[in-house]
Design a protein around this ligand. Structure first.
Ligand SMILES: Nc1nc2c(ncn2[C@@H]2O[C@H](COP(=O)(O)OP(=O)(O)OP(=O)(O)O)[C@@H](O)[C@H]2O)c(=O)[nH]1
Ligand SMILES: [Mg+2]
Length: 206
């Protein structure tokens, strides 16, 4: 079935927290113990169904390493959803979530939906951020928080489906019956994707 809506989603977070692993698990059902650090960004797609509508998520998985930090706005610009990821076994990665949420609130599209993933929940014994602290923060900033494990798959379908649903509802309220600006149905042009590919080409070649 052809998707009726397509939305740009971005993953953000410190290096090694599991952004690529989560998107890979969601899009292809794969997990690699030896996943390499992302360079610039990866692009994957995931389809979800909500209320009988086929929704295609265009997943831009950004690089968390500091040297790629300046590229992030190229990827969150135009995004309708963001998954901000931290590693529950690494306190500093949670501090980074706070700064990403702040940056997105100020710089990203006003109607962006943000969710937080506390990843690597299969390593519960090494947890450094209490669940209560993470949930309290998420409640305070008004976003949803999910416990995930890209390794076991725990919470992975849930976080992508829930984000897709949120984005769909926000966009349908904004543009009833049309789909959001820039990401039209498959019959229309994928304007934003084209721009992103150009941006990436530029980055790769210079
Ligand atoms: N145990 C466990 N390991 C994970 C999980 N998610 C990712 N990993 C491992 O953590 C390491 C980093 O994962 P990545 O997915 O590459 O992390 P990333 O956030 O994309 O990292 P950058 O691309 O550098 O920003 C890899 O060795 C993964 O196998 C998880 O849920 N549980
Ligand atoms: Mg990565």
């Amino acid at each position: 079935m052809e998707p009726s809506q397509e939305f740009k989603i971005v993953t953000l977070g410190e290096g090694r927290v599991g952004k690529t692993s989560l998107t890979l698990k969601a899009a292809r059902g794969q997990f690699h113990e030896d996943e390499r650090s992302t360079v610039n960004a990866n692009f994957l797609q995931k389809d979800i169904t909500f209320q009988g509508n086929q929704i295609r998520l265009h997943l831009w998985d950004t690089a968390g390493q500091e040297r790629f930090r300046a590229l992030a706005p190229n990827y969150y610009r135009g995004a309708k959803g963001a998954i901000v990821v931290y590693d529950i076994t690494d306190k500093s990665s949670f501090d980074r979530v706070v700064s990403w949420v702040k940056e997105l609130s100020m710089q990203a599209d006003k109607d962006i939906c943000i969710v937080i993933a506390g990843n690597k929940c299969d390593r519960e014994k090494e947890r450094q951020i209490s669940k209560a602290e993470a949930m309290e923060y998420a409640r305070k900033v008004g976003v949803l928080h999910f416990d995930t494990s890209a390794k076991t798959g725990m919470g992975v379908e849930e976080i992508f489906s829930e984000l897709g649903r949120l984005v769909y509802e926000v966009q349908m309220k904004k543009n009833p019956g049309t789909g959001e600006r820039g990401y039209k149905s498959r019959k229309g042009k994928k304007i934003i994707i084209k721009k992103e590919e150009e941006v990436q080409k530029k980055k790769d070649c210079c």
